[in-house]
Design a protein around this ligand. Sequence first.
Ligand SMILES: [Fe+2]
Ligand SMILES: [Fe+2]
Length: 463
Amino acid sequence: MNEEKKNLSQYRVVVCGLDPLCREIMNAILSPEQILDIPYDLEKLMEQVFTPPPVMLLFGTPPDGINLTEVAQVARMQNQSQPIYYLTSKRANFDRKNFQKNGFTDAFLVPIDTDTVSQTVKDDLARVTKGALRSYRQVQLIDLRPNEKLEFDTFMYMPMNKKHIKMSESGDELDEKQYDKLKKSQVNAIHVTSDQIQKFYEFSAAKLKNLQSGEGLSETERKDRMKGAIRNLMASVFNDDSSNATLDAGRGIVTDCQQIVKNFITDGKDGNAWYEKMLAVSGTEGGTYNHSGNVATFGALFSLAVGLGKPEEIALAGLLHDMGLADISPSVQSKPESERSKLEHEEYQKHVEHTLNVIKFRKMILPDTVTKAVAQHHERWSGTGYPKGLAGPRITVEAQMVALADQFDYMTMTKEGRPRMTPAAAFKVIFQQNLDNPSTAQFDLELLKKLMTVFPEDEMVAS
Ligand SMILES: [Fe+2]
Ligand SMILES: [Fe+2]
């Protein structure tokens, strides 16, 4: 234990001026002896030489009179190769590309970037500590087959115990038994350490090349790339620079959205293998970018499965549906719905209005079906939803499918301290709730019945 501690204090992280929310995120990752707090003072920063050199530097919003570009320049002079990150919860003037151009390795806007910054910092620490600190990446089980020799270690995450357990060593394979066991215990994603994720990408790319003539993406890489694309998209949406609020810029954003849908969601997918696809998407870790990507993908899959609405429009609505959450305080967002006060409920519900405002402000011209699906994704068939309390067929079918996809993602995502749930199990719960409580029902029972018929029968019986 002592030995370990000694090791950790060699890997110190310079922390400067983080606001409380950013600080809280870093406190959850770094141990106290790793944190080297310094004041926001350019002169001191210039003079100070740290021995041993820090492994990473984190800067928050500077006080008035200090220019962020100069912060990056001064920090870089002393620290040639370490990552230097800018981390803030202030949306005003947040411009990631510009920060990167001016010397920051990356810039994160929380809470929307909470998961991304946590993963990045953990990956960096795993790299510099050569694995003494571990960082894991999720890979989809669908990308692996039994009895294949794997060039990386694999781990299984136990959400109830919050632990990663090693399943196989590099050079080993997952045997048929292990693989079936995973499937039976409803595990559809396993983990590799972040320093081996590249090996996984290479492994799956080589395999896909052998399997088909064209190039393909593994499910894991598709998700990772989509997440990156959504992150860039949101950065341009939330760039406060008002010169960006032009019709041209708005068109650019919509085109980017459509590109994401085309590249990662509707790319030649037919409706046949839809449940397999569903399994492949479900069970990911939370996070803003994962959530919007998943809702878009689930929504498009529902649409394909029952032949209602246009998959690409529902996917577009799914990508955008919760953008307004960026304006809701993180403390309200992180609270479970049942624990929110009346005022907090009201604040949370405003995210729908905020999303519509962002769309308007950014001059994003969208099909009416898309805007309505976004506007109505918290309405309920029984008329008990928000913001307008619309009921029955006044809610569009696209909105119902986005709402269903939204529910699905919350129910099937991997969460600490909670057992896994398959899409079929989630569907059963939703169906039963709607059937039993018509006065508060969220969905059109007829739509649910149609969807019921496309779930594989054995999945619906077994629980
Ligand atoms: Fe929402
Ligand atoms: Fe949502």
